[in-house]
Write a protein that binds this ligand. Structure first.
Ligand code: HEM
Length: 494
């Protein structure tokens, strides 16, 4: 510590004080990252460094900070060195962060091109019918009214809807038998302790490794069976396995079956936590706002017809408020609160401090942390930011996002559109730049179809005297603190 203090570069960002040399501010950050970020921002400005489990982590806030990190050049910032220890034992080798960035870019393109209009058209039908049977025939909503524990309920529904659509019929069928346990064991690989100890021969890591191998074998068997049956994709075969089986890298190599299997596992794991956390927050927020539930049903009747026809991809696009509920929920409850990068060459940033602006040099010993959830909670951009109000995205609403003097078109381009483009937007729940999420459209289809279906079938209500639960930041993806129980009542006519 003495050496570090003596050698401290005077151009380095200010460092958050802590009594503990290795632990630093790990606990404060880990318990409530937004409290930590906002408190430090007030004291030090947009850029500051803190100690996270022995690492020096430099946080860059504000729209400039988001841009600086998320649009950082490949020679300056690196994601795979940070994430690979955690993700490779879970996803498997040769994919995502266990390969050069250029290969990841090709893999992301394969997935993106597989998410075609036809695919989404078939998914909406599959997701809404899966949701309907979950509510009507499943164990959770058996009675006419009662209480449900939202987090496990939405975890289950998310896995059924994602596997039925993106993952394909064989994987969906396996979730009724062996896959649920394998998934659970594999998921243990994402325990936060594994940020440091993913290599360690601990019991949960042994289970993870066994599950990883079995899951890979299962996917490879599905691929083999499809090839043995002629390998011909029929109309309506829109799942991602079919798509990846037909993809070829730029150098002419077809994607090996093992890599298809590993990519499918990566999609399963990446999508599951983020979507199930978001859908849980959607239902918990709706339980506090019965008026929005009625607005949503009204919207469906007005736009689609009183008799509520089956949902399709086309008519889902017309449900503006439905999408705004998802959008507003992601503003306050994005499941990924911190995005990390390793600094590869010294970087310079001009930062706002509470009194002036300063130029800082960030050395290669530091890790960078971007938290776009901070800008999406700032009144500078979103009036009364902590109020969950889906109507704030309506034209002319009193809480409408600030327009910063731009016209609507400029504003949408700036990144407020349903699919935000630039990294300079204050609203980036799906990240930005080369590592930006490829699951955004799928997530909107999945969350939108689940929401529109549930609103038709049940009403939700906060239990009297109970408050909205706080956020549980203790796992890699933040989610509502369990148990998060609300009351439901089935609607008379669905
Ligand atoms: C990347 C958020 C759903 C697959 C990301 C990143 C964010 C994010 C913030 C950037 C991470 C970084 O820069 O380090 C979300 C949210 C979701 C969601 C909020 C849902 C509400 C999904 C789904 C899938 C998916 C459904 C798969 C079908 C991925 C992949 C990456 C990614 C493959 C790329 C990682 C990279 O290039 O480094 N997501 N995601 N996500 N997400 Fe999502």
């Amino acid at each position: 510590v003495v050496r570090q203090v003596l050698l401290k570069d005077k151009n380095a960002p200010p460092e958050v004080w802590s009594w503990f040399p290795v632990l630093g501010n790990t606990i404060w950050y880990g318990m409530d990252p937004f409290d930590f970020f906002f408190t430090c921002k007030e004291k030090y400005g947009d850029v500051f460094t803190f100690i996270l489990l022995g690492r020096r982590v430099t946080v860059c806030l504000g729209t400039k900070g988001n841009e600086f990190i998320l649009n950082g050049k490949l020679k300056d910032v690196n994601a795979e060195e940070i994430y690979t220890g955690l993700t490779t034992p879970v996803f498997g080798e040769g994919v995502v962060y266990d390969c050069p960035n250029s290969k990841l870019m090709e893999q992301k393109k394969f997935v993106k091109f597989g998410l075609t209009m036809e695919a989404f058209q078939s998914y909406v039908d599959l997701i809404s019918s899966e949701t309907r049977s979950f509510v009507e025939k499943g164990k959770v909503f058996q009675a006419h009214s009662g209480k449900i524990d939202i987090v496990p309920t939405m975890a289950e529904l998310t896995i059924y809807t994602a596997s039925r659509s993106l993952q394909g019929p064989e994987v969906r069928a396996k979730f009724d038998s062996t896959f649920a346990d394998l998934y659970h064991d594999l998921d243990m690989g994402f325990s936060p302790i594994n940020f440091m100890l993913s290599w360690a021969p601990l019991p949960h890591n042994r289970k993870r490794d066994i599950a990883q191998k079995k899951m890979t074998d299962t996917y490879m068997e599905i691929i083999k069976q499809r090839r043995d049956a002629g390998g011909k994709r029929e109309k309506g075969d829109e799942d991602m396995i079919w798509n990846l089986m037909g993809c070829t890298y730029k150098d002419g190599t077809p994607v090996p079956d093992r890599e298809v299997a590993h990519m499918m596992i990566a999609l399963l794991m990446a999508g599951q936590h983020s979507s199930s956390s978001t859908s849980s927050w959607i239902l918990l927020r709706l339980a506090t706002r019965p008026d929005i539930q009625e607005d949503l049903l009204e919207e469906q009747k007005r736009v689609l017809g009183e008799d509520l026809p089956p949902l399709t991809y086309e008519n889902l696009q017309k449900l503006t408020l439905n999408a705004q509920v998802v959008k507003e929920t992601l503003r306050l409850h994005a499941p990924i609160h911190s995005i990390l990068r390793k600094v590869k060459s010294p970087m310079t940033i001009v930062a706002n401090t509470p009194t002036t602006t300063k130029t800082y040099q960030i050395p290669t010993t530091h890790t960078l942390l971007s938290a776009p959830g901070v800008t999406s909670r700032e009144s500078e951009f979103f009036p009364d930011p902590m109020t969950w109000e889906p109507h704030r995205w309506d034209e002319g609403h009193p809480l409408a996002y600030t327009r910063m003097g731009m016209d609507k078109e400029e504003f949408e381009d700036y990144g407020y559109g349903m699919i935000s483009k630039g990294a300079s937007s204050p609203y980036l729940p799906f990240g930005a730049g080369r590592h930006r999420c490829i699951g955004e459209q799928f997530a909107y289809v999945q969350l939108g179809a689940v929401l529109a279906t549930i609103v038709r079938l049940v009403k939700l209500r906060q239990i009297e005297g109970k408050e909205l639960v706080p956020t549980d930041y203790s796992s890699l993806f933040s989610r509502p603190m369990a148990p998060a129980v609300v009351e439901f009542e089935k609607r008379e006519k669905a």
